[in-house]
Write a protein of this length. Sequence first.
Length: 219
Amino acid sequence: HIVGYRNLIAEVEKLRREPYDSEDPQHEEMLLKLWKCLKPDSPLEARISKQWCEIGFQGDDPKTDFRGMGLLGLYNLLYFAEHDATAAQQILSDSLQPKYSKYSKIEWEKKKFDKAIGYSFAIVGINITDLAYNLLVSGALKTHFYNVAPEAPTLAHFQQTFCYLMHEFHKFWIDEDPLDIMEFNRVREKFHKRIVKQLQNPEMALCPHFAASESLINL
């Protein structure tokens, strides 16, 4: 199993090091598929488009956002959007909702805060990819993978873990009720510590009860 874990690290590392290349038709195809999975009802009008902001990229060309995590970020986002479509679309839609919880609408307009629950879906996905990557490389996921994949963990197991972390981070973010996106790093750090603590329990397989893992549980 140690060998399996090392192999998985090598595979994940390779994807992380491979930059997104807009000249590569396979990369482009995955990116466009991500749009289709998340926004099945609104066609993308152009490859370079402000529309990318609607799924939480920062500018009009997502390729610049993949820099830190390379193709791994895209692989994870696409896996989540394809295998756990209902949840991914719900989380995307939640992340775009105005956050009126603490203020009346008029106060809110005055404050001119970032009006979303406060985060950009795709950027958060790349960030949570980084978190999942750190958990993998530090060995924190060893027990978890031993529980869910006694034979040898595969890339799909890593991607399911990513889906789980997206679900959990979303709930955690809402519970923390941050004022705006400026608090992202603080909330992420707190979340990271909580997951690491959860993983230190030897019985601990991160809860596999979400759509993306259904297909693999019976393998």
